[in-house]
Design a protein around this ligand. Structure first.
Ligand SMILES: [Zn+2]
Length: 251
């Protein structure tokens, strides 16, 4: 028991150890660990009173939701360009996916391997050319490049193909003249990312060949349905949507 090994010496006013080893301490790792433990507990003062939780940001260690909100807001200050646009024209699952992607938290092969998951291969199953990193799958893989190429000519307001989530958002912001166009651009871009991931999963788990034109068709279909109903653009027509989404949305 820990409390039998650690004794508070009232006279010396410090912790003393009362060891009772079953066998001698081995040299190397065990001796080092013991040394670290002694070092860590140096200067620790034990009190007679019972343990209690203390919140380091509160007055007298007391927790409050208001203080927590302020703490989070303070952390975020000066980080405006890092904010994420939540777009209600696409479902929450698509927004959450994009938000995770922004933080590079997508379980691609390299991420899984880094977390100690035993993956068969780290190679991208679509192009078989490079390791499957987040930016590779969504922006640099031949499939992704073809999809973004198609998207760029369909959407029409992107000058440069994106190479990362950040550059994608910047490109959309640059190309869009007003808030509504920007919202449409981001909504479509999130759908592109979502669909690329669906295609990737088909290639990995069902061994389906990733074809950019199929991905593009799916993007067009899905975005038409979601934006027509969610943005309440009842006048939207499928035949116009295929030409230029921003024009058919009257932007
Ligand atoms: Zn690839």
């Amino acid at each position: 028991m820990v409390n039998q090994r650690l004794i508070w010496d009232k006279n010396e006013r410090k912790i003393i150890f009362s060891w009772d080893w079953r066998r001698p301490i081995r040299r190397g790792r065990e001796t080092n660990a013991l040394g670290k433990l002694v070092q860590l507990t140096e200067g620790v003062k034990l009190h007679e009173r019972a343990d209690r939780w203390r919140w380091k940001n509160g007055v007298e260690g007391k927790f409050s939701v208001g203080k927590l909100r302020k703490y989070i807001a303070d952390q975020k200050q000066g980080d405006v360009q890092e904010s994420f646009d939540w777009i209600n024209w696409v479902p929450l699952k698509v927004n959450c996916f994009a938000w995770r992607l922004k933080q590079s938290r997508i379980p691609v092969m390299c991420k899984l391997a880094n977390r100690g998951v035993n993956v068969e291969t780290k190679t991208c199953q679509i192009c078989q050319q490079e390791e499957e990193e987040v930016d590779h799958t969504f922006f640099r893989c031949s499939h992704a490049v073809e999809v973004w190429n198609w998207f760029s000519s369909w959407y029409g307001l992107m000058q440069v193909l994106p190479t990362s989530f950040k550059s994608m958002v910047e490109e959309i912001r640059k190309g869009a003249g007003d808030m509504k166009t920007r919202k449409l651009g981001l909504a479509l871009a999130y759908i592109v990312l979502w669909t690329i991931w669906k295609t990737r999963n088909g290639a990995v788990f069902k061994k389906k060949k990733a074809r950019s034109m199929n991905t593009a068709d799916e993007i067009q279909q899905m975005s038409f349905n979601w934006i027509k109903t969610r943005a309440r653009f009842s006048w939207l027509k499928w035949c116009d949507w295929g030409c230029k989404p921003s024009i058919s949305c009257n932007m």
